[in-house]
Structures are given as C-alpha cells and as structure tokens.
Design a protein around this ligand. Structure first.
Ligand SMILES: [Cu+2]
Length: 586
C-alpha cells in the first residue's frame, strides 16, 4: 500500500489545494508585486526545449518558469559567497570525454580502484568540465554477491576535497564515508581505502558526502547491485536496466555556477531544467513484444522528486531501498524522492513506443496555481518479435515475499510503542533579501505536500547556506541538528516520529536518510502501513507525521539527514550514536 494510497494522496492533495490557492491570488497584500502585470516589458524569453522552463540568457541570470521574470526586488542581486565551477583554468579540450557506465562484477575479497576525475560532457552542443568516477557517468555499476566484502581504493583527482559514502549499505562505521563524522575529507591528490561489506540484496548507490550540491550534481554517483544467492529472488524478467535520474540547471548554454563558500539554492535545493537518465537527456531501450523488463531506479538528483511511469505499460513494484516489499503490488507510477531506490518490472505487451515520463503537479507560487507537467525522460521501442521466454504468467501473479514478512514479524510488537524521539522538520532564515522575506511571509498561506518543480527559482537561487538554516529539532529538548546528542544501544528497536512543520518560513518535503541501519515506515499520519519494506531514505511531505522504526543493529556514529543536497549543506543533519551492546569501548 505504500506506493498506492498515500502517494496518490500527494497528488490529490495538491489538486484539492488549488481552490484556496487561487483565492490567495486575489488576496495578495498591497505592495506585493504580481509578476505578470507590474514588471517592465522585456524581450520574450527564448523558448527552450526544457521542462517547464524558458531561458533568456540576455535578460535573466537564471532560467525562470514560462511567462515569469525575476521579482523586481531581486533583479541585479547575486548570491553572496562567490561562485565555483570545476576545472578552473583547464582547457576543456584537454579533459577526457566522459564514458558511459561500465559493469564491474566483483566477488568477495576483490579490490577496485575508484578515481574521482574531471570529465568533459557535452550538453546542448557545448562542452563542460564536470566530474566522473573512473571517467564514467554514472560511475561503474558495481555488482556483487550478497555478503561479499570488497576493497575500494578511492583516489581523489578532482579540485575539491571528497570521499565516498556507500548509501544504504549496513557496513562497518569507519568506512561509511561521512566526512566530519567518520572520516576526514580526502584532499585532492590523496587516497582512502574502504572495505565495503554488503549484507542486504538490492540496489544501492555511492556518492561523495561533501559538497553534494556540487560533486554529486556534476556526476559523482554510481550504483551497486547486490545479488541474492536465490535465483528466484525477484519474479523473472527478460532483461534488466539500471536507471539513475538526475537533473542539471542550465541557462541557454550556460551551466549555472555553484556557491563557492556553501550551497546556493538553499531554500528548495537546485532543481535542474535538463532531465537526465544515466547522465544523458535521451534514454532509449529496445525490447521485444511481451518482454518483462526489470528496472532498478535511483534518484540521484539534488532536490527533484520524480513520479515515474512507462507509457502506460503495466508495472509492479518489487523492492525499495534495503529489501523487497512484503507483497508485490501493481502500481500506476512510482514516486522517488532524492536518494530513494525502487525496483519495478514493466511488461510491454504491444509493439510500439512507450514514453518513460515524469508526471507531476507544478506549483506557480506567484499565481497560486497548479499545473500538470509531464516530461519525457526516455523511450522504450518494442518490436513485434515475441519475447522468449514469455513471462506473462509470472508477471501477472503478485508474489508474497514470506521471508520479508517473517523478518519483519520480530518488529511488529514495537509498532505501537510511543516514540523514543520526535523531530520537527523546519527552517530559519537570516539575512535573506527583503523581497524574498516579504513574499515568503504570505506564500505559506498555502503549500503543496511535495514541491515537484521550482516555481520560484529567483528567490531560491539567491538564498545561501549562510542565510538559511534547515533544522531537525528535538521536540523534547529543543536542541537542533548537530546539537542533538542521541544515543541508543545496539540491538534496540527505536521509534522515531518525524513531523514536517507546514507553518515554517518555507515548508518543503524532506527525504530523511539514516546511514548504516534499516528502517520501517510503520504509519503515516496515524494510518498503518500495510505492505512494509526496509528503507534507508523516507520522504516526509509537508504537514505530515511519519512514524519510523529503526533497527539499530549496527554500532557506530551514523548520520541522519535530509538528502536534498542544499538542505544538508544548510545544516539539516544530526548523528545517531548506536552504542555497542554491553557498553564496551569500540
Ligand atoms: Cu530537506
């Protein structure tokens, strides 16, 4: 049920909010600029073949939604703190051209050299110096058997300090790659050796844990697939595809620079206007009629939440971050917040073309309107030769994964325990432009459970991590973020309640990620989850309360943070200390 009703509610709730939002349009206080009629006439922006955005590089420093120009009070401003783009002083022609992701199959005891390097990518016909692992974007797909331990020798050959975090993997704490918590940053030119143990089957990913808003956004991400020894672990498929979603923000042919001192776009995170699958704008797959394709989906975007479907092809969801679901489920689409993974299967039963789309509700903060927005991310072309073998039967059957249910049964006695910790998700601004503050004070008269697109890129761009403090606040003590000193004992089952305050200065959804452990969403807004799955990243929509059980099995100091890169970079993190059972020193 996790994919069905509550996620459908995210879309329905936005539609339901439209009425009051439109009323809000007419109740704007005097003096608040309405973009469409108080701004001077300008040259119409040059239309771009980019989702929901138009860009006039000559008139605006960043792309704005179609028909909007910058708020007059913000024109001429730039985010304080300086700008950064990689490869300063390097001739792009001397940087190796990016290569597509390779598959690296490793077994227990194997070693991999993984280097973060400069790569040259071409976007809209213009070369950019960006980043890649081993010259690839996405980085190499590391495929290992469950319970393997591998050695990864990481070499930092980029122009920023870096490190590698093994997202979702319940490994030894000292190899978690959490800069500032488990290790020092790896300086340019230096190396670090990780020993990565994979106890759980599924799809995982790796990325730096320092300045994610730059390094991850510019290409430093890759997947791991951990294979169960059980050959029937998933229902059968004719082929497998790994899809990593991310986006890039460009204005005409210019990459918008990044904040040098800290992240810009600190309010909403950087929402790109070029949607990429596996680092490319045009994903294409060919298949035979009737084929079942298993897709391993990862959202590597800094801020964007996706709602993915496959051109009407029937789809079922098998698994998410750290396990399979208790029950396979038929779904019309799958929602992925940043860092979430889902494993789905789709069956293409007729010849033709199936568009892979991201279908969302866009919010226009100035007009107080919601619009349907559908972007095509790629295409599946199905020919008329029949699939062999034909898996129509197994695809139509929805399996129960009894092993998952049996594993979770041990935790059911804790589902109704009172929360051990209640965290409120909120924010504070300090030193933001006056026009932004004035607007925000009225804008929160309405909100969307999920902001699927950036309807206010000017205000967002001009907000930095110096001016915006994103907050996890411990309700019991009032302590915030890294001041929360949260200790639990290894082996305990901990209940965490997350509440996303809709009355904050800028309410927004937060994908909350816990390192090194696994979690269950036991209820949302008091409604019990009926089809459970182990997660490491949990989407908390605006105004909602999510009750989470943490299986605190893995000792060490583990980051708990929002996975929107700019929210993390604006302080939205704490540490869960899982103290070894018996109290012994580690
Ligand atoms: Cu956040």
């Amino acid at each position: 049920m996790i994919r069905g009703p509550w996620l459908a509610a995210l879309l329905v709730a936005t539609v339901a909010a439209t009425g009051s939002a439109q009323q809000h349009d007419t109740t704007m206080p005097p003096g608040m600029p309405m973009r469409s009629d108080t701004t001077p006439k300008r040259t119409p922006p040059k239309p771009m073949d980019m989702p929901g955005m138009s860009a006039g590089a000559m008139t605006m420093p960043i792309p704005m939604p179609k028909g909007m120009v910058m708020m007059p009070g913000l024109v001429g401003l730039a985010p304080p703190g300086g700008t950064f783009l990689p490869g300063a002083g390097v001739d792009p022609a001397t940087v190796p051209s990016v290569r597509p992701s390779s598959v690296v199959r490793l077994k227990d005891g194997d070693t991999l050299d993984l280097s973060a390097t400069l790569v040259r990518r071409t976007i809209a016909g213009r070369p950019y110096v960006m980043y890649g692992f081993n010259g690839e974007v996405p980085g190499p797909l590391i495929r290992v058997p469950q319970n393997a331990t591998i050695t990864v020798r990481f070499h930092n050959r980029i122009d920023l300090p870096s490190a590698v975090h093994w997202h979702g993997v319940r490994l030894d704490n000292r190899y978690d790659g959490a800069v500032g918590v488990t290790q020092q940053p790896v300086a340019p030119g230096d190396s670090f050796v990780y020993h990565v143990h994979f106890p759980d089957a599924g799809i995982y990913w790796y990325h730096p844990h320092v300045r994610e808003d730059i390094e991850q956004a510019l290409g430093l991400f890759g997947n791991m697939i951990v294979d169960s020894p059980d050959s029937a672990y998933y229902s059968p498929a004719n082929r497998e595809q790994v899809l990593v979603f991310d986006d890039l923000l460009v204005n005409a042919d210019t990459l918008i620079p990044y904040g040098k001192k800290g992240p810009d776009f600190a309010l909403m995170g950087r929402v790109g206007n070029v949607l990429l699958v596996n680092g490319e704008p045009h994903y294409a797959l060919s298949a035979h009629q009737g084929e079942v394709v298993r897709f391993y989906l990862t959202n590597a975007a800094s801020s964007r939440t996706y709602n993915i479907s496959f051109g009407g092809a029937p789809m079922k969801v098998l698994a998410s971050d750290v396990s399979r679901f208790e029950h396979e489920e038929r779904v019309p689409s799958v929602v992925l917040a940043p860092a979430e993974r889902y494993i789905v299967e789709a069956r293409f039963d007729k010849p033709g073309r199936y568009a892979i789309v991201n279908a969302v509700q866009a919010i226009n903060h100035f007009r107080g309107e919601f619009d349907a927005e559908v972007d095509t991310l790629g295409m599946v072309t199905v020919d008329s030769s029949p699939a062999a073998p034909d898996y129509a039967g197994p695809f139509d059957a929805l399996r129960d994964n009894a092993a998952v249910t049996r594993d979770i049964d041990r935790y059911r006695p804790y589902f109704d325990k009172p929360p051990d910790k209640r965290l409120t998700l909120t924010m504070r601004g300090n030193g933001l432009p006056i026009a932004t503050v004035q607007f925000m004070n009225v804008d929160t008269a309405y909100y969307a459970p999920v902001e699927w697109v950036d309807g206010m890129p000017d205000m967002n761009w001009l907000s930095t991590s110096d001016q915006v403090k994103w907050i996890l606040r411990d309700d019991a003590t009032g302590k915030e973020d890294m001041d929360i000193d949260w200790h639990v004992t290894q082996g305990s089952v901990v209940k965490l309640e997350l509440y996303n305050d809709p009355k904050s200065f800028h309410p927004m959804q937060h994908p909350i990620h816990l390192h090194g452990q696994r979690m269950l969403v036991v209820s949302r807004n008091g409604v019990r989850t009926t089809n459970l799955v182990w997660k490491d990243t949990i989407l908390v929509p605006v105004g909602s309360t999510v009750d989470v059980l943490i299986d605190a099995s893995n000792p060490g100091d583990w980051m708990l943070h929002c996975h929107i890169a700019e929210h993390l970079g604006s302080g939205m993190m704490t540490v869960l200390h899982v103290d070894p059972a018996g109290g012994g020193a580690r």
